[in-house]
Each structure stands twice: as C-alpha cells, then as structure tokens.
Ligand binder design. Structure first.
Ligand SMILES: Nc1ncnc2c1ncn2[C@@H]1O[C@H](COS(=O)(=O)NC(=O)[C@@H](N)CO)[C@@H](O)[C@H]1O
Length: 143
C-alpha cells in the first residue's frame, strides 16, 4: 500500500463520472464532501496487500493515527487514489481494505470521511506547508 498524507486547511471533492464499470454505490449526499483542518490520506491499495489485508489495514490505521496526533489533526479524509502505484490491487479488495481503514479510524476519537470509490472526482486541497504537512508511507504485509 502507498499512502500520501497531506495536512490541509480543507479537502473538498465532487464526484464526476464513473471510473469503474461498477463503482461503489453512493447516496446523493456522498456526491460532494468537504472536511476542514484535515489530514488527507490518499491511498493506493497494492496487489501485495491482497496477501494479508487485515495486517495492512492495522498498519495503515496506526500510521494515520500517529501522524494525526503529531500534527494535531482531528479530521481524516480516506481518499482512494489509484495513482501512487503501478501494482494496484483488484478494486473489490481495495474497496474492502479502504472501508476497514475508515471503520477502524472511527473507533477512535477522529472524525473520518471516506471519498467514494471508483469515480473520477474533482477535488480541492490547501496544503499547510509546515514540515510535516507532506508525508508518504509504504506499507507491506510482513509476508
Ligand atoms: N487499488 C486501488 N487503490 C485505490 N483506489 C482504487 C484502486 N483500484 C481502483 N480504485 C478506485 O477506482 C478508480 C479507478 O481506478 S483506476 O485504476 O484508476 N482505473 C480503472 O481501474 C479503470 N479505469 C480501468 O483501468 C480510482 O480512481 C479509485 O477510486
């Protein structure tokens, strides 16, 4: 799994077209979304993650929580992003892993949103530019 973590004044998205034949079914209110003072987690789920999804979920959640506490962000946006890797996991596996990351993060005291999976989306971001505002993480199952 590859994650790009951006601390931003806000992240807002708007769903445009389908990027998959069968994207995640969404409700009308999910077609647009916005969070202020947010840690945006752009996540590419990779083929290697399919060998142990639960382990990569656990590691990803720990990394996101760790960064959020360091930068004192209470809001997290889980954002499916297929452009951080050339070895993408199958969409159904990727969606399950992203849903689990969202669920686990919500168990803590973070306010979490997840952007819809399988759609082209317009988005706006305002990176804060401090030394920890742009981070990346590579997460692999231990095998
Ligand atoms: N492995 C993945 N990790 C994260 N998001 C993914 C993954 N696979 C698919 N997606 C989601 O599905 C959308 C389309 O994925 S894509 O790889 O860019 N494109 C496609 O798969 C099709 N256009 C066929 O190539 C992405 O924008 C993202 O929302």
């Amino acid at each position: 799994m590859r994650m790009l973590l951006i601390h931003s004044d806000y992240l807002e998205y708007e769903v445009k077209d389908k990027a998959l034949k069968n994207p995640e079914p969404i409700r009308e209110e999910q077609k647009k979304g916005r969070l202020e003072e947010v840690l945006a987690a752009f996540i590419s789920v990779e083929k290697v993650d399919e060998t142990n999804p639960d382990e990569v979920v656990k590691k990803a959640v720990n990394e996101i929580k760790d960064v959020a506490s360091h930068i004192k962000a209470k809001n997290v946006f889980v954002y499916p992003f297929a452009h951080l890797s050339s070895e993408l996991a199958k969409p159904d596996v990727a969606l399950e892993i992203l849903k689990k990351i969202e669920e686990r993060l919500k168990e803590g005291d973070l306010n979490v949103k997840r952007a819809p999976f399988g759609y082209y989306k317009a988005f706006k971001l305002s990176c804060k530019g401090h030394p920890l505002a742009e981070l990346s993480r590579t997460i692999v199952p231990s095998g």
